[in-house]
Design a protein around this ligand. Structure first.
Ligand SMILES: [Fe+2]
Ligand SMILES: [Fe+2]
Length: 259
């Protein structure tokens, strides 16, 4: 197994340094680099919301293994969010700032946090984890991150391996709390719709700052070879009644070292 599929244990809970990361950090290609940058912008807020919902139900978990998995999940997502904030600060320094998007997004998440039931927020998390597992699988299998020479490449590799590793935790928690099929698939559809809508808005915001070609950007995210588009199609089986995240991953990719 090569470096891409077998991260070193030293990458666990790592702190990354993003200074001196160029704008076109992946393959010298601005368009593909911004596909990752786009996800990074929203991730700390979404992971914060999901962690909030898991913390809210810890005292209702009867199963010791699931309880331990939830604690590990919170720990992993907290460190992901922390590193994404650092990554986003680097984007700010490059002149990519999306203040109206962020304040709007925060308001919406805050509404969800205060008005929705915890089970519905966990269902949002299940949908989000479903897509992050699939996209992580695609990126790692297709070796999109190339040789992880820069810290930002190692950072994404680390995050994606941990997403694959904890892919089942929220689904198991959701089922443990009595969550049903309809709520799960409605939330999955909502998550995918929002991911596309907000993702495209931010992505073209990046290109606007760069004065880069919108057509080339569109080709990158919607072209036949786009890992994003492929991942979106691969999400369709998640709407099945019998879906469980354990069915999704290439076992080669989640055999990671654990501390
Ligand atoms: Fe994460
Ligand atoms: Fe996750």
């Amino acid at each position: 197994m090569d470096n891409q599929t077998q991260p070193d244990v030293s990458l666990r809970n790592s702190q990354f340094n993003f200074s001196n990361t160029p704008k076109n950090w992946l393959n010298n290609n601005l368009y593909i680099s911004h596909m990752f940058d786009t996800s990074s912008i929203a991730i700390p807020y979404i992971e914060g919301l999901v962690n909030f919902s898991v913390k809210n139900v810890l005292d209702k978990i009867q199963d010791k293994q699931l309880y331990a998995a939830c604690l590990k999940f919170i720990e992993q997502e907290t460190s992901h969010a922390r590193e994404h904030i650092k990554c986003n600060n680097r984007l700010n320094e490059h002149g990519y700032r999306f203040p109206s998007f962020i304040s709007n997004f925060k308001k919406k998440l805050n509404y969800i946090r205060t008005k929705w039931s915890t089970l519905s927020i966990i269902a949002v998390g299940v949908g989000f984890e479903c897509f992050t597992t699939i996209i992580s699988n695609s990126v790692l299998e297709e070796k999109i991150l190339a040789q992880p020479e820069m810290e930002i490449q190692q950072f994404w590799q680390w995050h994606m391996h941990e997403e694959i590793e904890h892919r089942s935790v929220l689904m198991d928690l959701y089922l443990h709390l009595g969550g049903g099929y309809l709520r799960r698939v409605v939330m999955l559809a909502l998550v995918l719709g929002c991911y596309c809508y907000y993702g495209i808005k931010i992505y073209f915001g990046f290109l606007r700052v760069d004065k880069a070609s919108f057509f080339a950007g569109l080709k990158c995210i919607c072209g036949i070879k786009s890992f994003f588009l492929k991942s979106l199609f691969k999400t369709l089986p998640c709407f099945r009644y019998s879906y469980h995240p354990n069915q999704l991953s290439n076992p080669q990719l989640f055999r990671v070292n654990t501390k």
